[in-house]
Design a protein around this ligand. Sequence first.
Ligand code: ADP
Length: 274
Amino acid sequence: ESLPASGKEIAIEAIDLSFKYPDGTVVLDRINLKIYKGDFTIIAGLNGSGKSTFALHLNGLLKPTSGKLLVDGLDTRKRRNSAAVHKKVGIVFQNPYTQFVGNSVEEDVAFGPENMGVARDEIKKRVSDALSAVHLMNLSAQDPSSLSGGEAQAAAIAGILAMETDCVVFDEITSMLDHKATERVLNIMEELKNQKKTVIYISHEPKDVLKADRIIVLDQGKVTFDGKTDEYVRSDKYPLPDLIGLMKLLKDDGYDVSELVSSPEEVAEEIKKL
Ligand code: ADP
């Protein structure tokens, strides 16, 4: 049952998951989906579609009002599963400054593994590995609140990496990063995927979509697309980045765009390489 035709195991499963905030707003409406281990999955959708609310369900910070969310088969509604769920799913949030707990970057990154009861020597190793992965070794003694936006986001990512969870969720983390810092974070995601981790990236940036294996689109709390990213890019649901959109419009209007490029798909391929 947990092995689909592709042979991949399920990391996360939502079953008829609905959620409403205490004020009565229904934000997630009977969501059914599976996220597979080792996949790089994007969760996309317009502002207010419920992406962040869904992200908070992924490690049990929010619990479904009805239906359920399973992490490696563990029901997040059960209190006795909460420590295990936290060890399996780490979330990097949009605003890094609200996530710091340490007086130095190093201390902050050590906090997660310390809380998980990891041995001292192992913590040291994890902190240094995580800080190297995000290129922050030289800032390890700094006060995290003094870091720039990009550095702060990198420190927050290191804090999650040090917990060595099987699944890492990035919630709209690039909204305060410049192009270069964004590229660095996308590289970290690809590196995690190479290490066979499950990567979930919440983003409304159409260009980022092309880096993932799979995309789940939310609209007003419902799943409106769930499939491979290349199928999505070829579907009319894809909000085309300007250049591809323009090419498609010209082509649809009967212009010969083959001189410029053979197809919108080719542009998509090019963007993928950026
Ligand atoms: P997204 O991440 O896609 O922008 P969110 O999950 O942040 O979407 O928000 C989805 C909806 O839930 C929005 O209409 C938002 O106003 C509402 N919402 C978010 N947080 C709360 C909250 N704490 N209380 C009540 N409504 C909320």
